[in-house]
Structures are given as structure tokens and as C-alpha cells.
Write a protein of this length. Structure first.
Length: 270
């Protein structure tokens, strides 16, 4: 099983709230039969050809609104400022917890409702969405098992550009090609004799309250934005460093940011 298989599951679960479970399952079966071809992902749109009756093919388009550069800057800075997120992203993995980071920063990585997803098909059917659209959605979900970064490309940021920005906004490192300073020499005296030679020193007492890693956002220029981002990401980061790293049993609604009048914030709508 692909290490990204959970993204296919999450995408399917999100779509069930938009299209319903039964039509989506029929679309997945249609896609599994090889009906979907030439599936391509670009900023704001997934396009494909879907085979129909009498050997005809129909053109399907799945449209979402892309995120602007400022939103991508905040998302990349928040992820780069968390060591666990940054390490897993730069190793080529897209953790499913990234979805919550998008939510906490006021954007939606997955479609949240009918207004988040616009679909078109060249067929003459009146059903909305039609079976060809459902097949395209099923085929796209299957593609996420191999490359979940397609979700980011759909929202306007290709994998290479996204990872490059995360790497750039991370903690400062020595420039490439610049030699690191040589360590200072250490003088070693004669080894001691007697029974105390292999005796380890006494360990210091444990603190009354174990220290916890503190989330940090390194790359936001505005101190107020950095403070707000760190505060929003603290609950999620505590889940990641706990004994329950995948966050099962954690209600995502508990960490969803609130709007200025108490309502939930939403991502861009298409």
C-alpha cells in the first residue's frame, strides 16, 4: 500500500459531503474500468476525458479557486517553522495533518461543500454531477495515492515550488559551498586510575513539569502574524508530539479557527 493512501481516503470522505457516497462509489468503479484518460492537473482545474456510451468521450473539468501568494506565504512559513512538518515534507511526504494547518490558517485544502467545487462535462445529461464527473473525481482520488502534492497543484502551487519555499523559509543554514568553522581543539588529560574510571556522574533531578517543545514560526516578517500563527498551530503541534501522532479521536472542529463574529472561517469558494 502506498504511504500516501490516506490522502485518497480523506479526499473521498470530503467528496461524500459534496456529492453523496453512492454516486461517488459508482464513479470510482467507472474510473477503475479505465474510462478516464488524459487526466491532467493545473492551477485551478483538473481536466480529463471520460468514455461514455457508443464509444464517445466527454470532456470533464473540476474547478477550484486558487490561493493567492500571500496565503501560500503564510502556509509555507507555518509549515517551515515546525521541525516535524518541515522534515517530513522535505523527505517527500505530505502528512495528512497538513490539512488541519490549512484549516487553521483560514484555507481549505479539500473541498468543503458544493460551493468549493465547480464541475463541467460535455455530455448532454441533466444530472449534476453526472457519472462522467464522478468517474473523474474517482480517478483523481486514486492518483493521490501516488502523488498527494497534486492537491497543492490544484490550488495553484506546484510541488517543486512549494517545497522550495518551505526549505527557504526554514531555519537559517550555512550557505551552500561555505565552509563551516573548524572546531576548537580539545585538550584531553591523562585517564584516571582506580574504580571510579567507569563510574558515570549522577544525573540531575527531573523537573517537576516535563518541558514541551514550543512551536515556532521563523519566517513571518510581521511579529503579530507570527504570534497568531504560532498560537493557532499549538494544538495541532501538541497532537503530533503526543503518543497519538496521527490524531485519531481528535475533533477537527476543536482546532478550526473562528471568524470575527464567532463563525467558522472557510477556505476560498469556487
Amino acid at each position: 500500500m502506498s504511504r500516501h493512501a490516506r490522502w485518497s481516503q480523506r479526499f473521498t470522505e470530503a467528496l461524500e459531503a459534496v456529492t453523496g457516497a453512492d454516486p461517488l462509489e459508482r464513479g470510482r468503479l467507472h474510473a477503475a474500468g479505465g474510462a478516464v484518460t488524459e487526466l491532467r492537473v493545473r492551477a485551478g482545474e483538473v481536466v480529463a476525458k471520460v468514455g461514455g456510451t457508443a464509444g464517445r468521450s466527454h470532456h470533464v473539468s473540476l474547478i477550484r479557486e486558487t490561493l493567492d501568494d500571500g496565503t501560500w506565504d503564510r502556509i509555507c512559513a507555518a509549515l517551515a517553522g515546525q521541525p516535524l512538518f518541515r522534515a517530513r515534507l522535505l523527505s517527500g511526504e505530505l502528512p495528512v495533518e497538513v490539512e488541519r494547518v490549512f484549516d487553521l490558517l483560514g484555507s481549505a485544502l479539500l473541498p468543503q461543500g458544493p460551493l468549493d467545487l465547480v464541475t463541467t462535462c460535455s455530455c448532454a445529461g441533466w444530472e449534476d454531477p453526472c457519472g462522467h464527473v464522478m468517474a473523474c473525481l474517482g480517478a483523481f482520488a486514486a492518483r493521490l495515492d501516488d502523488d498527494p502534492f497534486l492537491l497543492l497543484a490544484w490550488l495553484g502551487r506546484e510541488r517543486r515550488a512549494f517545497l522550495g519555499q518551505v526549505r527557504q523559509l526554514g531555519p537559517a543554514a550555512a550557505p551552500v559551498g561555505e565552509a563551516l568553522p573548524a572546531p576548537a581543539p580539545v585538550e584531553i588529560g591523562p585517564l584516571p586510575d582506580g574504580p571510579d574510571f567507569w563510574r558515570a556522574p549522577d544525573l540531575p533531578p527531573l523537573p517537576s513539569t516535563p518541558p514541551r517543545p514550543q512551536p515556532a514560526v521563523h519566517a513571518l516578517a510581521d511579529p503579530q502574524e507570527a504570534a497568531e500563527a504560532a498560537e493557532a498551530l499549538t494544538p495541532l503541534y501538541e497532537v503530533l508530539i503526543s503518543e497519538n501522532p496521527w490524531g485519531e479521536g481528535v475533533n477537527a472542529q476543536e482546532t478550526r479557527p473562528r471568524g470575527p463574529r464567532g463563525g467558522e472561517t472557510r477556505g476560498p469558494t469556487g
